[in-house]
Design a protein around this ligand. Structure first.
Ligand code: ATP
Ligand code: MG
Ligand code: MG
Length: 289
């Protein structure tokens, strides 16, 4: 794409890249072990700040904006580069996956939506209220909040979006995986019951937690819809990174978050650390006593 001269990096051998979830068509594999993701201003701002924060080792290295076919992309490290036929899992962190501002926007024109009512009934015929049933419609805000209660997002502060095993087996149907037990089973399937891999992920997650608790970036941002990407391979190598900052926004200067206090509208809390605590707990319970 004619941009590789901009990157002061040692060439690495070309690597495959596999996507677990997210919008197909938003990504290109770049040169030198990089990945191009369709440009998003908010995400760019986050990466620029993260490169100067103590969280830097826990996010893909960011290399700026590049163009391809007249489209802008954020260029970052491909996290799969140093793995050998890896297994990959995407966990979406936090107790909600929409921003407070999305709630405000949805509320500006409160239109009852029949399409959302239909989607709701398709999943759970009991979900709509008497009034919603009479109208055959639900408000978008109501739909957004209901959807989060299906998975473990509301109850555990994270949800598994999907994983892909080394043998290419791909699982993404976890929209209703909710209890600790269900989540534990999925994790066990992902690591193929390897206690070594669980132990190794646990160590890295505990390190990440310590750094998050001390990070200026983290304290001053509402982190929504962001994922932890888990990667391991048969050599026993593991890695965990934070990705996807398209819905991570800087807070007004007087406000900071602890990411554990329950969310009430207006406090901006996202439940990220609470979710990480739960995830660590569930993984720890998978190890023999
Ligand atoms: P959505 O907003 O729907 O969650 P998105 O389009 O913002 O998706 P991401 O969540 O950033 O996309 O990434 C989607 C998938 O692409 C991830 O689950 C992961 O499998 C892969 N991926 C993203 N970034 C990287 C990276 N730096 N290295 C390797 N794989 C990546
Ligand atoms: Mg994502
Ligand atoms: Mg995203």
């Amino acid at each position: 794409c004619g941009t590789s001269s901009l990157i002061p990096m040692t060439p690495k051998k070309p690597q495959h890249w596999l996507q677990v979830v997210g919008h197909a068509g938003s990504f290109y594999v770049g040169d030198y072990g990089t990945l191009l993701k369709r440009f998003c201003k908010r995400e760019q701002q986050c990466y620029v700040r993260l490169m100067k924060d103590i969280l830097r080792p826990f996010v893909p290295a960011y290399h700026g904006v590049v163009q391809r076919d007249k489209q802008d992309y954020n260029m970052m490290d491909n996290l799969l580069t140093h793995f050998n036929t890896p297994a990959i899992m995407d966990c979406k962190m936090g107790s909600r996956t929409y921003l407070e501002e999305e709630l405000h926007l949805a509320r500006e024109r409160p239109q009852p939506r029949n399409d959302m009512f239909e989607k709701m009934v398709a999943v759970d015929p009991e979900a709509p209220t008497v009034q919603e049933r009479a109208q055959q419609a639900v408000l978008k805000t109501r739909y957004m909040q209901w959807r989060e209660t299906l998975s473990s997002t509301t109850t555990l502060g994270f949800r598994i979006e999907g994983f892909r095993k080394a043998n290419d087996e791909c699982h993404t149907n976890f929209k209703r995986t909710k209890s600790r037990e269900q989540v534990g089973e999925v994790l066990d399937n992902f690591v193929e019951s390897s206690t070594h891999i669980v132990w190794s992920y646990l160590r890295q997650l505990k390190q990440l937690r310590q750094v998050l608790e001390a990070s200026d970036f983290f304290r001053t941002h509402e982190v929504v819809g962001s994922s932890l990407l888990f990667v391991h391979d048969w050599t026993g190598r593991t890695g965990v990174w934070m990705i996807d900052f398209g819905k991570t926004v800087a807070l007004p200067s007087h406000l900071t978050l602890d990411h554990r206090t329950p969310w009430v509208e207006g406090n901006r809390e996202d439940g990220y650390l609470w979710g990480l605590d739960n995830l660590i707990d569930i993984l720890a319970n998978m190890l023999p006593l």
